[in-house]
Design a protein around this ligand. Structure first.
Ligand SMILES: NC(=O)c1ccc[n+]([C@@H]2O[C@H](COP(=O)([O-])OP(=O)(O)OC[C@H]3O[C@@H](n4cnc5c(N)ncnc54)[C@H](O)[C@@H]3O)[C@@H](O)[C@H]2O)c1
Length: 272
């Protein structure tokens, strides 16, 4: 119960990792505002949190929109009686599901629309949510911000240039915000997940099976298993709870001296 009676807001909370993060925060005693572009998805996870005996609310938010991000922060604070923790988890995997199957996944075939959507959700969304919460955390002289980056931000892959660049941006942005906020008693850190079989993990499997020469013709589960076997030293994928546990730790006072770090939770995919 390291987060007893704290209040957290989690963006993209209705999805795979987001649900794991909400569950782990609730397990540690936090009340949770589950925010997502899909209100239905947010409501489902808010019900899970309520079922764990915590207070919860669902907030519809598109993190690409400044007004909605500011409203999310206000509403979470008003409904749950304060705000202590922001987790920026909403993300886009880089490729639209309707792209032609015969178009190989490579830099020259990334469309401008895919580039823009990736940066709008993964980078601008993190910026807007961090910016929305900063005045509040500064005023109360406390708070925890945890941005979800990716191991791809550290070890880019040739077919994911845009996604990996956006996540490297989240790592650098996290350091800059941490430098600014440390003097106000606010800890800002990031988590870099490795491979988690969520909706995004599955979409990547589908995309690679359709359009990458090494994986072409394989079903999504086989692609995912191959990625894990080839790159994760433990030979097992991470779970949403593995990521949620790291987030809960960073949100707790046990991590009060951790500032501006990006923690790899990747079963040994990368070592720096
Ligand atoms: N799954 C992995 O292997 C993996 C690895 C590294 C990093 N990540 C990162 O973890 C985070 C969560 O990924 P996931 O695998 O759970 O993805 P997911 O696609 O399964 O879930 C993403 C959630 O974000 C929501 N969302 C999408 N666009 C949004 C927007 N504009 N505004 C608000 N919400 C929005 C979706 O509705 C969904 O609930 C992302 O930032 C992702 O980049 C995932």
């Amino acid at each position: 119960m390291r987060l007893k009676d704290k209040v957290a807001v989690v963006t993209g909370g209705g999805g795979g990792l987001g649900e794991g993060i909400c569950r782990c925060l609730a397990r540690e005693g936090a009340n949770v505002a589950v925010s997502d572009i899909s209100l239905e998805a947010a409501r489902r996870v808010a019900d899970v949190v309520s079922g764990m005996g915590r207070r919860a609310t669902a907030i519809e938010t598109d993190v690409r929109d400044d007004k909605q991000c500011r409203r999310m922060v206000e509403e979470a604070g008003d409904t749950l009686g304060g705000l202590d923790i922001l987790v920026c988890n909403a993300g886009f995997g880089g490729y639209s599901s309707d792209r032609p199957a015969d178009l190989p996944l490579s830099v020259e075939n990334i469309s401008e629309e895919e580039w823009d959507l990736t940066f709008d959700v993964n980078m601008k969304g993190v910026f807007l949510c961090n910016r929305a919460v900063i005045p509040r955390f500064k005023k109360q002289k406390s708070g925890k911000i945890i941005n979800i980056a990716s191991i791809g931000g550290r070890m880019p892959l040739d077919f994911l240039a845009h996604y990996d660049a956006s996540k490297a941006g989240v790592i650098a942005f996290t350091q800059a915000v941490a430098m600014h906020m440390a003097r106000y008693g606010v800890n800002v850190n990031a988590v870099c997940p490795g491979l988690v079989k969520t909706g995004m993990g599955r979409s990547m499997g589908i995309m690679l099976g359709r359009s990458h020469p090494v994986f072409k013709g394989m079903d999504p589960d086989t692609v995912f298993d191959k990625l894990v076997n080839n790159s994760v030293r433990k030979r097992t994928p991470q779970t949403p709870e593995d990521i949620g546990n790291a987030v809960a730790f960073l949100a707790s006072d046990d991590a009060s001296e951790i500032v501006g770090q990006s923690i790899n939770v990747c079963g040994g995919m990368y070592f720096s």
